[in-house]
Design a protein around this ligand. Structure first.
Ligand SMILES: NC(=O)c1ccc[n+]([C@@H]2O[C@H](COP(=O)([O-])OP(=O)(O)OC[C@H]3O[C@@H](n4cnc5c(N)ncnc54)[C@H](O)[C@@H]3O)[C@@H](O)[C@H]2O)c1
Length: 255
């Protein structure tokens, strides 16, 4: 049986140009969702939209840069106007940065916090009136780095920990208005973020991130392996789930 949990629903996916965001957008479209794809990479979202159209779905593309408050707010407003409302926001855009903490420039700290955390605040604040109107929900993206910390990645881990706190606070504050808010915490996923990261000179190998333990997935998950987690949380199957952090890490954290 093919699931059709998003038939007719308007779903905004940020970070939809590649990796997890693209896989999630394709999954939601396959389940009948009407997509709004947002990213700073216009060519990438256009490719995602073409794939969705080949599936018989519909997708609108929006360009924004999460470093700009104005562009982020305008993107959400435009997303709401595409289909005249919003049923879910899947906030997946993000960047990674590695360096020795002592060499970290304040500008890099702020850039990572702005893209990964501040934009999630702005997107949620701007989208909440529409989501309250539709009984909609938000699915944010953290990382196991936000739960455990990660050597050589303090701003990334701090931003992702902030996303967890933001998500749980919104779940508490907006439950009475029928809006759910949850967060996915991926472990290693084989995408541009994971494969293009520059090694840190003189890094201690014992402090680098732990590999997944799950048989056959020791190198990491495919983006498609994350899509079901987002689709579940955004769907009515999760109608009693709010404030949850769903760890999808191939058994890194346990034991
Ligand atoms: N891949 C992993 O191992 C992993 C692990 C844990 C968490 N995550 C998180 O998953 C999310 C998706 O990452 P991914 O692995 O698919 O990587 P990815 O690089 O394939 O996707 C990230 C997307 O975010 C977009 N983006 C980056 N900066 C932006 C900006 N300033 N404005 C707008 N869009 C911007 C990129 O263009 C890209 O399409 C990120 O939030 C990341 O932190 C990834």
């Amino acid at each position: 049986m093919t699931l059709r949990r998003f038939d007719g629903r308007a779903v905004l996916v940020t970070g939809a140009a590649s990796g997890i965001g693209r896989a999630v957008a394709l999954r939601i479209a396959a389940e009948g969702g009407r997509l709004i794809l947002a990213d700073r990479n216009s060519d990438g979202v256009a490719e995602t939209a073409t794939s969705i159209e080949q599936l018989g779905g519909s997708a609108a593309c929006l360009r924004y840069d999460a470093l700009s408050d104005d562009e982020t707010a305008a993107m959400v407003d435009a997303a709401i106007s595409v289909y005249g409302g919003l049923d879910a926001v899947l906030n997946i855009a993000g960047v990674y940065h590695r360096s020795h903490f002592e060499a970290l420039a304040p500008a890099d700290w702020r850039r990572i916090l702005t893209i990964n955390l501040d934009s999630a605040f702005l997107i949620a604040q701007r989208a909440l009136p529409a989501l309250a109107g539709s009984g909609g929900n938000i699915v944010n993206t953290a990382s196991i780095a936000g739960l455990d910390g990660l050597a050589y990645a303090a701003p990334y881990a701090a931003a992702k920990a902030g996303i967890v706190g933001l998500t749980k606070s919104l779940a508490a504050e907006f439950a009475h208005r029928g809006v759910r808010c949850n967060v996915v915490c991926p472990g290693r996923v084989i995408t541009a973020i994971a494969t293009s990261v520059q090694p840190v000179a003189d890094a201690r190998p014992d402090l680098l991130s732990r590999p997944p333990r799950l048989l056959g997935m020791e190198q990491g998950a495919r983006p498609e392996d994350l899509a079901g987690a987002y689709a579940f949380l955004a769907s009515d199957d999760a109608r009693f789930v709010s404030g949850a952090e769903l760890v999808v890490d191939g058994a890194v954290q346990v034991g």
